[in-house]
Design a binder for this molecule. Structure first.
Ligand code: M6R
Length: 622
């Protein structure tokens, strides 16, 4: 949540910060602001709403400042208005801060700072950080009587003193009005990266904001800070010990984060699925020898093959992929599996007996609840594996081992290509475990062949965009929808409902189709579209029965079915045919028309598809 960016170099900072903020806007878009350090004073400009509003405020102003910080906000503490927008400056005007995270003890600290004479303007937790640093910066000693250093070393010291008092999570970029040649970043629990260019440095929440300027970066770990000055940069722990960090090549390229002619990132990411999946599968499916090669977890395959239980934990769309994973592990590998919402798992005092393997799934690798679930599982001694997209993210680093999705940056808030790749990775894992445990060579060979054919089949589905748009158009004004599927397609029904909800603001419910008759059937009228996933599968006849139940009550049906299935036609008011594949791999196909349906419905309703209201791409708060 929230995106931060900071610039230190020899170019005007303002356009670089604005451009960086636009790249980070998917992280939050409640308000935006920048602070530039000009002749020893902060020039702060803030605006509620999108970066475009901030740009309008800045129109015609061309600051020469070469040092500055910027922020795009997803509101937690305080409404999304101008006063609560970042950057926040302390009451002495000396310290400016942008922050991503949550300061848990901010209320206590605020009370104390008020008593000490500090004044506050906003309702935010971040202003407490600015004032706390400002407080120590004005002192000659800390609470233990340790003397403060002089000059800009005092700025660094004040940051360390303040952060030692703070509980919570933060990615911070901090400026001091007296130190025009110093930029400080600090991290705990929220991502922070330092881009190292030629005579310039950028601090940001993620690489998207800096890749235009440099491909060399340092990923800070929790409890670390970076001090950039005219001599270069140094990395330290918050308790002032030097740390040597490795300079890494940023793995994303500029074209991956451009729209490239698409109207929205979601549209681009839906369309990218064939190539994204090819990259995900490439080098991992060994058709010749009938096996799967997943380098990242090869050292743990023995333990996994013997696992007594697999717990999959995730949030949102990744949780739906985990649910497909449960079916895959049970059906293909015959290993008992269960799925946990990360937010519940972390507080549930879970029992993790020997032989339990925990798999955390996350596109961003930064979701706070999933991260906490990983910590919880590790503390209890379980082997914890990750299925993550963002390379070097917190979950990727914290897990014992893992598999990357390799689908490139996913920027649209609604997750699409990450879901299909998560299912692809889970399928690869389940097939390989099945092969090691009991599956015949022929079965494995068939599954692998089918798996490699999925990208081409998705391409065929994508060609139906116009037909799906028309279905969306005919139903876009219906305010309640049902999504129904059985078996492997039950999680897809949940995912279809989530997609529609989050970007079209249409109420939608996803259900296992047979559950409908236990209550939700009461909702059926001719005003409520029911989307059925009724592909050829082991429960085909059963789901036809469920469709009949809806139609008997006047309900309208949108049916995703297998190409060439004539039997299904009379049951569908709207039919979306998709290519055939084996049942365990169907979710990678059946989800695609639902993504397209949601996308078109949102566009037709005039919504900002990539930035749905109240949401942000990565949820780094509880
Ligand atoms: O980055 P993660 O995969 O951990 O994110 C989990 C959810 O926040 C995410 O899938 C969310 O539900 C998406 N907006 C769904 O489209």
């Amino acid at each position: 949540m929230c995106g931060i960016v900071a610039y230190f170099g020899n170019k005007p900072a303002q356009p670089i910060l604005i451009e960086g903020l636009k790249r980070l806007e998917y992280r939050g878009y409640d308000s935006a602001g920048i602070a530039l350090l000009e002749n020893g004073t902060f020039q702060v400009t803030k605006s509620p709403g999108r970066i475009s509003n901030l740009e309008e405020m800045l129109a015609g102003r061309h600051s020469p400042a070469t040092l500055g910080i910027g922020h795009t906000r997803w509101a937690t503490h305080g409404r999304p208005n101008q006063v609560n927008a970042h950057p926040h400056v302390d009451c002495t005007g000396k310290i400016a801060v942008v922050h991503n995270g949550i300061i848990e003890n901010y209320a206590t600290l605020k009370k104390w700072l008020l008593k000490e004479g500090c004044t506050f303007l906003s309702e935010t937790d971040t202003e407490v950080v600015a004032n706390l640093i400002g407080y120590f910066y004005q002192r000659n000693q800390n609470r233990n009587g340790q003397l403060a250093p002089h000059g800009c070393n005092r700025f660094e010291w004040a940051v360390q003193q303040a952060l030692s008092e703070i509980y919570g999570t933060y990615g911070l970029a901090i400026l001091c009005a007296d130190c025009p040649n110093v930029l400080i970043g600090a991290k705990k629990g929220s991502p922070l990266i330092l881009g190292v260019g030629k005579n310039e440095f950028l601090i940001a929440s993620d690489a998207a904001a800096i890749v235009k300027h440099t491909t060399q970066a340092i990923y800070l770990a929790d409890g670390e800070m970076v001090i950039v000055d005219s001599g270069g940069f140094q990395t330290k722990t918050l308790s002032n010990e030097q740390v040597q960090k490795e300079l890494k090549e940023i793995e994303i390229s500029l074209d991956q984060i451009e729209l490239e002619g698409f109207r929205h990132y979601m549209e681009k990411e839906i369309a990218e699925q064939p190539t994204a999946l090819e990259t995900c599968l490439n080098g991992r499916v060994d058709l010749k020898n009938g096996r799967i090669i997943l380098g990242g977890i090869s050292n743990y395959l023995r333990e996994l093959t013997r696992a007594k239980r697999i717990i999959l934990t995730a949030c949102g769309t990744a949780w739906h992929a985990a649910l497909v994973g449960e079916f895959l592990f049970e059906q293909l590998a015959r290993i008992p599996a269960e799925v946990e919402y990360a937010s519940e798992f972390r507080y549930r005092n879970p029992i993790l007996e020997e032989g339990t393997v925990v798999i955390a799934i996350s596109q961003s690798g930064e979701t706070a609840d999933t991260l906490a679930a990983v910590e919880q599982a590790k503390e209890r001694g379980a082997l914890v594996l990750g299925i993550v997209n963002v390379v070097g993210s917190s979950i990727a680093r914290l897990t014992d081992a893992g598999v990357y999705l390799r689908v490139g940056p996913e920027i649209g808030v609604a997750s699409t290509k990450a879901f299909t790749a998560q299912v692809a990775v889970l399928a690869m894992l389940a097939i390989e475990l099945g092969r090691r445990r009991h599956l015949s060579t022929d079965t494995v060979q068939n599954l692998l062949q089918e798996l490699t054919s999925i990208p081409q089949k998705i391409k065929r589905i994508l060609r139906q965009s116009e037909a799906i748009r028309q279905i969306a158009d005919a139903n876009k004004d219906r305010e309640n929808w049902l999504f129904l599927g059985r078996g492997f397609n039950y999680p897809v029904a949940l995912e279809g409902a989530l997609k529609l909800k989050e970007i079209s603001y249409i109420h939608a419910e996803g259900l296992p189709a047979a559950e409908m008759k236990h209550g939700p059937i009461a909702l059926i009228t001719d005003k409520m579209p029911a989307v059925f996933i009724a592909t050829r599968c082991s429960q085909y006849e059963k789901i036809i029965g469920n469709i009949e139940e809806v139609r008997a009550r006047g309900g309208k049906t949108i049916v995703v079915a297998t190409e060439g299935d004539e039997q299904i036609k009379p049951y569908a008011d709207y039919l979306i045919p998709i290519p055939e594949t084996c049942e365990p791999l169907q979710p990678m196909l059946t989800v695609v028309p639902l993504q397209m349906l949601a996308y078109h419905a949102a566009v037709l309703r005039g919504h900002d598809v990539d930035k749905p209201r109240n949401l942000a791409k990565s949820v780094t708060v509880e």
